[in-house]
Every structure is written in structure tokens, then in C-alpha cells.
Design a protein around this ligand. Structure first.
Ligand code: NAD
Length: 499
């Protein structure tokens, strides 16, 4: 059986911790590897390596760091199939979907290739007589990233390529459920020319995370995961003086207006609701149908598509949806469906009894659809993170917008309509970080930034794009004067002004 350890100073490194976790293949429901669960000594070794690599790396000119990213981008492209297979085996998502995971991450590497331009400062000549002012952005130091299971390529790649091209060094603590892709990502980074110690991986769970949060030599922490953990990361890291961005969970609504093309809306909901078995932070889990006919039409369009979903191991070709990630997750989703029935939601398609021939121990669920879901129900309140879509019936547009705005989460939302006024009004008034107009999964491209509002993001800066550059650098303003030697102006104790 494979055993995953840490990656410190450019090599696989056994830790001092004796604790091990289990990595499963969710399609067969069996353990396929062990993973080291690091302790604070192991985290400290990674921090020491990152600290040692920092001076030389941050002194390298941005164009030279960018050249390494160009090479890295090529290697990621070349290894996309291999990385996708690693993801599919441990996560369960289909190979095609896993390729998207790698590609969306790689796009951030492409963005990081532009770092010489992105780090360009501002200069103002003659702010006073013979005085110039300029602002520069400098690295923050050793940064850390803690990532979730659901995008084992994209989310680590949201973080470390940009952090290091900004001149920082990095420690990644990937999800302990699917660590093989992140480990391969850093091996490839070394092959691209990233010097040893610049990117390190510490595997583990809460113990490793806590050691990161309290480590005095880590300056900034990026986190993506569930809301309770994001909130904890934010307060704990901020209290120990670190810069933090902590992205949390979601409950994403798609508002379907009566004038929408129902066929298109249903197609969009299939991908957004059931893609990756509903385990995306931008998954749509609530369809808000405006008007009775809209709900009826939408359901009529959805049901046959859900019943015909091609479910199976993600590594098989022609599969649309794989299993959920763990047995615990499988049981939780099933219990939530039971709860929805108990609470009076109308179960239109029931995915609980789905079994996969030859894969009876896999964590497979069928696509599930509820109608007449209301705000007080657990299936509405909780982020289910499984292939379960709820239809909430809304009498009118205003009620639909209020519903979305009242929700505690604010990650993504979408409106499907042919009415430009409604779309513009929705984009303007909705209290959500990422909005799609006839786009069901509005994940911003790499040169824009990704982040939610409300309890979907703790901290101020979103990921990647210019927000990412700002997060991984700090601003320095320099006021400079070169007086002629020998000229005496006398001293003044007054506040200097340009008067
Ligand atoms: P998770 O919160 O369980 O784990 C995320 C990371 O935190 C992992 O590395 C894990 O080891 C660590 N962790 C878990 N419990 C911890 C604790 N008590 N203390 C310290 N660290 C802990 O999340 P997950 O199940 O891996 O991922 C799914 C969640 O992530 C969903 O809620 C999803 O919405 C969210 N997510 C959000 C975004 C976003 O951009 N907002 C993107 C992807 C996933």
C-alpha cells in the first residue's frame, strides 16, 4: 500500500509524527494508501526550509521567477492526464471533470507568468521640490495554504504559484483525503526549476493546521474549506498576527425567471447541481423557480435528465457522475434526504437506493430532486455537498431576490432569464460575491478574483487575480530626495508638508 509523507526542501520527507490517516478510493470503498498526519515538529521543519529559501528566492528578479512559471505551465499541460487520473481515483470525480480541475488551476499559473507587470509599482515625480514618491509591493514572507478535498489541483494552484512568483516561500497543507495530486504538483514545480524549500507540503489534519496557525514565522494563511473551519482559521490566525483569507462553504441559488429557456435552464442545472456529485463550492443546490408554471416546466425538464444520469467510477469513460468522497459523506447525504422527506419536501427523484453493479461498496448516490422545499427545512439550510437539488417555489422576482439575500452564505448565484432589466437589477442588488447571468457556475477566470461574501469568506481579499497579488505582497511607499551636497537649509520641528 502506498504511503504519503511530506515534501520538504525538495524531497519526500518522513515526519516525526507516528500518526497515520487513511486514503480511500470512493468508487470501491477501500483504503488505497496511508498518509502521514504531521505534528508541530514536522510543520516546523517545513517552515525552517521555507525560511531558509526565502532570501535568495525573494531577491530573484520577477522575470526570472516568471520564466519558471512558464516552464511549470508547460509541465502541467503535459501531465494533465496523469494528474486527472490521480484526482479521479481519490476524489471520485470523472476524468473529464478532473481535467477541468487541473486546467482551471493551470490558468492561475498562466496569470502568474505575468508577474513582472503585475508587480510594477507607481511613481510620482516632484511631489515636493526635488522629492519623488513611489510605491512598491514586496513579498510578505513565508505563506501557508490549507486546502479542501474537492479541488485537489485547482485550489492549491490558486495559492502557491502566485504566492511564490510574488517572491514568497510556501507551505501547503492539502486535504488528507486526496493528497496524491498536490504532491505531484510540487514535484513538477521542482522539475520546472522552483528551488528546494520554496514550496513545501505538510500532510495532516487539525494538528498540523494548528501548528501552522500558531507558527511565529508564517506571515500569511490562505484557507479554503467549510465555513466552521474557515471561521476558526480566520480568528486563530488573525489573533496570532497573520494576514488571512479564509474561504468557506456555500448554498448557491439559481433563480429561474418565467421567460427563461427551460431547456437551457435544465441543462445548466444538471451540470451545476450534479457535476462532481454536487461537491463543488459553486454547485447550485437550490433552484428558485419564479412562478408556478416555471417550477412545473423546470421539473418536467429535469426529471428525465436526472433519471438518465450516467453514474459510475470516475475513471470509466462515458461517466457523468462519480461517487461522493467518503462513507461519512455518503451517510450524511442520505440522512439529509431522509430528513427532507420527514420535513415535508416532495421527493421527485430519489437517489438513495442507487447501487452500482460490481461496485457495491462504493459511495454512489443517484441524482436526487426535491420540490416544494422551504426555508425552514434542513435540506435548505445545510450545505449538503452531494447530488441533491432542491426546488424552491417563489411567487415573484422580489421574493426570490430576498431569499438569496437572506441566506447566510454568499458564494455564487445565477439568474436565468431573457430580460436584461431583471438580469441587471439582480447583478446589482444580490448580496453574493460571484454572479452568473445565464451562466450557472460563474467561477471567475484567473485574472479576475474568486471569493464569496457573508459566511463564504472571512477576510478581505479574494483568491488569484489582482486580489491575490495584493494578498501575497505588502505595500511600501518611499519618499525620496537627493539634496545637493553642501547646501544647508536649517532644521524644522514642524510636520513636513509640501506647502
Ligand atoms: P474541511 O473544512 O473539512 O477541510 C478543509 C481543510 O481544513 C482540510 O485541509 C482539512 O484538513 C482542514 N481541517 C478540517 N477540519 C479542521 C479543523 N477542525 N481544524 C483545522 N483544520 C481543519 O472542508 P472539505 O470537506 O475538505 O471541503 C469541502 C468544503 O469546502 C465545503 O464546505 C465547500 O463549500 C468548501 N469549499 C469552499 C470553496 C470556496 O472557494 N469558498 C472552494 C472549495 C470548497
Amino acid at each position: 500500500m502506498k504511503s504519503y509523507v511530506n515534501w520538504i526542501n525538495g524531497e519526500h520527507t518522513v515526519g516525526s509524527s507516528k500518526r497515520l490517516g487513511k486514503v480511500f478510493n470512493p468508487a470501491i470503498g477501500e483504503q488505497i494508501a496511508n498518509i502521514l498526519l504531521s505534528n508541530s515538529t514536522d510543520v516546523d521543519s517545513a517552515v525552517m526550509a521555507a525560511k531558509k529559501a526565502l532570501p535568495a528566492w525573494s531577491a530573484l528578479s520577477p522575470i526570472r521567477r516568471a520564466r519558471i512559471m512558464f516552464k511549470y505551465n508547460e509541465l502541467l499541460l503535459k501531465h494533465t492526464d496523469e494528474l486527472s487520473e490521480l484526482i479521479s481515483i481519490e476524489h471520485g470525480k470523472t476524468i473529464e471533470d478532473a481535467k477541468g480541475d487541473v486546467t482551471r488551476g493551470r490558468e492561475v499559473v498562466e496569470f502568474a507568468c505575468g508577474i513582472p507587470h503585475l508587480l510594477r509599482g507607481d511613481f510620482t515625480e516632484e511631489v515636493g521640490t526635488g522629492i519623488d514618491a513611489y510605491s512598491i509591493r514586496q513579498p510578505v514572507g513565508v505563506c501557508a495554504g490549507i486546502t479542501p478535498f474537492n479541488f485537489p489541483a485547482m485550489i492549491p494552484l490558486w495559492m502557491f504559484p502566485l504566492a511564490i512568483t510574488c517572491g514568497n516561500t510556501f507551505i501547503l497543507k492539502p486535504s488528507e483525503r486526496d493528497p496524491s495530486c498536490p504532491l505531484r504538483l510540487v514535484e513538477l514545480a521542482k522539475e520546472a526549476g522552483v528551488p528546494d524549500g520554496v514550496v513545501n507540503v505538510v500532510n495532516g489534519d487539525k494538528e498540523a493546521v494548528d501548528a501552522i496557525l500558531h507558527h511565529p514565522d508564517i506571515s500569511a494563511v490562505s484557507f479554503v474549506g467549510s465555513t466552521p473551519v474557515a471561521s476558526y482559521i480566520y480568528s486563530t490566525a488573525a489573533e496570532s498576527g497573520k494576514r488571512v483569507q479564509a474561504l468557506g462553504g456555500a448554498k448557491n441559488h439559481m433563480v429561474v425567471m418565467p421567460d427563461a429557456d427551460m431547456d437551457q435552464a435544465a441543462e445548466a442545472l444538471m451540470g451545476a447541481g450534479y457535476g462532481s456529485a454536487g461537491q463543488r463550492c459553486m454547485a447550485v443546490s437550490v433552484a428558485v423557480a419564479v412562478g408556478k408554471n416555471t417550477a412545473d416546466e423546470l421539473i418536467k425538464n429535469l426529471v428525465p435528465r436526472i433519471q438518465e444520469l450516467k453514474i459510475g467510477p470516475g475513471t470509466d469513460s462515458d461517466i457523468e457522475m462519480g461517487p461522493v468522497v467518503t462513507e461519512q459523506s455518503y451517510n450524511r447525504v442520505k440522512e439529509l434526504i431522509d430528513k427532507g422527506v420527514d420535513e415535508g419536501a416532495e421527493l421527485i427523484v430519489d437517489g438513495r437506493d442507487f447501487t452500482m453493479q460490481g461496485y457495491e461498496n462504493g459511495y454512489f448516490l443517484g441524482g436526487t430532486l426535491f420540490d416544494n422545499v422551504t426555508e425552514d427545512m434542513e435540506i435548505y439550510k445545510q450545505e449538503i455537498f452531494g447530488p441533491v437539488l432542491s426546488v424552491v417555489r417563489s411567487p415573484d422576482y422580489e421574493t426570490a431576490v430576498d431569499l438569496v439575500n437572506r441566506n447566510e452564505y454568499g458564494n455564487g448565484t445565477a439568474i436565468f432569464t431573457k430580460d436584461g432589466d431583471a438580469a441587471r437589477d439582480f447583478s446589482e442588488r444580490v448580496q453574493i460575491g460571484m454572479v452568473g447571468v445565464n451562466v450557472p457556475i460563474p467561477v471567475p477566470v484567473a485574472y479576475h478574483s474568486f471569493g464569496g461574501w457573508k459566511r463564504s469568506l472571512f477576510g478581505d481579499t479574494h483568491m488569484h487575480g489582482m486580489e491575490g497579488v495584493r494578498f501575497y505582497t505588502r505595500l511600501k511607499a518611499i519618499t525620496s530626495r537627493w539634496p545637493k551636497s553642501g547646501v544647508r537649509e536649517g532644521h524644522s520641528l514642524n510636520m513636513p508638508t509640501m506647502e
